[in-house]
Write a protein that binds this ligand. Structure first.
Ligand code: ATP
Ligand code: MG
Length: 478
């Protein structure tokens, strides 16, 4: 595992290496392949590596730091034998660990981390991500801790260089995050609560205990319990894997006992599955709630989400539903995010029942696909407010800049290299294109999205359909 960064704060890194690694790190330099030009301002790199001690356990990472462009001069400040005419960048927030190389570390490097990095730059915030150089966020981040968010050692390495650690997915091992927190680096949201939220069964219980309406549910720990669940909740049932489910992977709609027994065998990881009654919803809704440790709270407009095959396809903001239902959904969202002690952004997915009732489907303790419209449509994007929230900075205005906005996800339709035709989307007036720079496309894979701001909801639905048709075959391998 390597820690790789561009435009980082080398003095902080140096100090942490010295302090946290018991001075065993031997920091030395060599010019990068392109030839480093110290202080010259040309594209270049310095690699700083601490050599692996032969006595050190093999999982202990070596550290490689890349500094690009004029930041080489800053990097040089911490490199023995290299001096720099430039001062180190000065940056501090009350909330951030002033000694950390990066203000925020994100345990992941996918599209949510990528868009969070993009929101960080104008605020002068430096974000490190945990992943590989080819992942969507790597090129946008101030720093890359090269590794896997499933690896506790990599999560610990992220913690060592970050003022605060946060998430872009809820599957990161809560114990690994708790270990980071134990070193004194805040992890937001709190790993103890995350442990409940990342298990769909425990999350449902958390929502239920908070008095929030959900679909009726039970946790089945053995297939023989499924017949009774079907009798109590009514067929068909929705079975859900307790952990690691996303975009419907991990869910199964079961018409009868035989189907549910087969699904149980597939979804059970040893501690049973969540079984839900099917909700005959009139619409699916979502809202992002931003919260900060010092009590800041802001609820984004409630949106309608349109799923196809369990994957979010379109978002309409605000949701074109009755005003009082919007109000109830907002109250439920605020209560659900509070029940989960959300910090930064919490995404709240809801069902609108035929009688106008609101039920919580699930929570996401991070920015959410249904909040992407906020990049152009709201005064402060969900990504900026996620940063503000986890850093305990004042939250930004979540109001919309236009009466209506919409988003369509660009989903892969075939497998192969991605060859997006951006002209098709850019030709649509008012369309804002966001691609995630994924080299490989797969059917159903989220490759990007398009936001539309302004106009009426009806006009936007039409444009979304046009974009969707054009892109269905373009974001593909053919
Ligand atoms: N109890 C239910 N009744 C009816 N439909 C449901 C129910 N639970 C889930 N669904 C449908 O399946 C979709 C995906 O379910 P859920 O959100 O639980 O799964 P997920 O894999 O976590 O999805 P995502 O990652 O997209 O949020 C929902 O958006 C909804 O359309
Ligand atoms: Mg969901």
């Amino acid at each position: 595992m390597f820690f790789t960064c561009s435009r980082s704060r080398p003095a902080g890194i140096d100090r942490r290496l010295a302090v946290k690694r018991n001075s065993s790190a031997n920091v030395s330099t060599r010019a990068g392949g392109a030839g480093a030009t110290i202080g010259g301002g040309t594209a270049s790199a310095i690699i700083v590596s601490d050599h692996i001690d032969a006595n050190r356990p093999s999982r202990e990472p070596s550290v490689r730091v890349l500094f690009g462009n004029c930041e080489c001069a800053r990097a040089a400040c911490s490199v023995p034998g290299v001096s720099s005419p430039l001062p180190l960048a000065q940056r501090s927030t009350d909330a951030a660990d002033a000694g950390a190389a990066f203000d925020v570390g994100i345990a992941g490097a996918g599209q949510l981390a990528r868009m969070t990095c993009l929101a960080a730059w104008p605020l002068g915030l430096r974000v490190a991500v945990l992943g590989t150089p080819t992942e969507p966020a790597a090129a946008m981040a101030a720093g890359l801790v090269e590794g896997d968010w499933r690896d506790a050692g990599a999560v610990a390495a992220l913690g060592r260089v970050s003022g605060v650690v946060t998430l872009e997915n809820e599957f990161v091992d809560a114990a690994a995050l708790a270990a980071v927190q134990a070193t004194g680096t805040p992890v937001r949201p709190d790993p103890a609560v995350l442990a409940r939220v990342q298990d769909k069964a425990l999350q449902k219980a958390l929502l239920h205990d908070a008095g929030l309406p959900t679909a009726p549910f039970v946790v089945a720990t053995h297939p023989r319990e499924l017949a009774a669940a079907g009798r109590d909740l009514g067929w068909p049932l929705m079975l859900k894997a307790r952990r690691l489910g996303y975009d419907g992977y991990g869910n199964a709609t079961c018409a009868d006992e035989a189907e549910s027994v087969a699904a149980f065998a597939r979804l059970d990881a040893g501690d049973g599955v969540l079984v839900e009654g099917m909700v005959a919803f009139a619409a699916e809704l979502a809202a992002m709630v931003a919260r900060s440790p010092s009590g800041g709270v802001a609820c984004y407009p409630v949106v309608e989400t349109v799923q196809r095959d369990h994957v979010c396809h379109e978002v309409i903001a605000p949701a074109p539903i009755a005003h009082d239902a919007l109000g109830r959904a907002r109250e439920v969202s605020l209560a659900a995010a509070a029940a989960a002690d959300g910090l930064g952004v919490t995404g709240v997915e809801m069902f609108l029942g035929g009688g106008g009732e609101i039920m919580v489907n699930e929570l996401a303790p991070r920015p959410h696909n249904s909040g992407h419209y906020s990049i152009e449509a709201c005064e402060t994007s969900q990504f900026e407010n996620h940063l503000r929230g986890v850093l305990d900075l004042p939250l930004g205005d979540v109001g919309m800049r236009a009466p209506a906005a919409a988003m369509v996800n660009l989903l892969g339709s075939a497998a192969g290299p991605s060859r997006p035709d951006i002209a098709a989307a850019l030709a649509v007036e008012g369309a804002h294109l966001h691609l995630y720079d994924k080299a490989e496309v797969r059917p159903g894979r989220k490759m990007g999205h398009v936001n539309l701001v302004g106009g009426t909801e009806k006009e936007q639905r039409q444009i979304l359909e046009d974009i969707d048709r054009q892109w269905a075959h373009r974001v593909s391998g053919h």
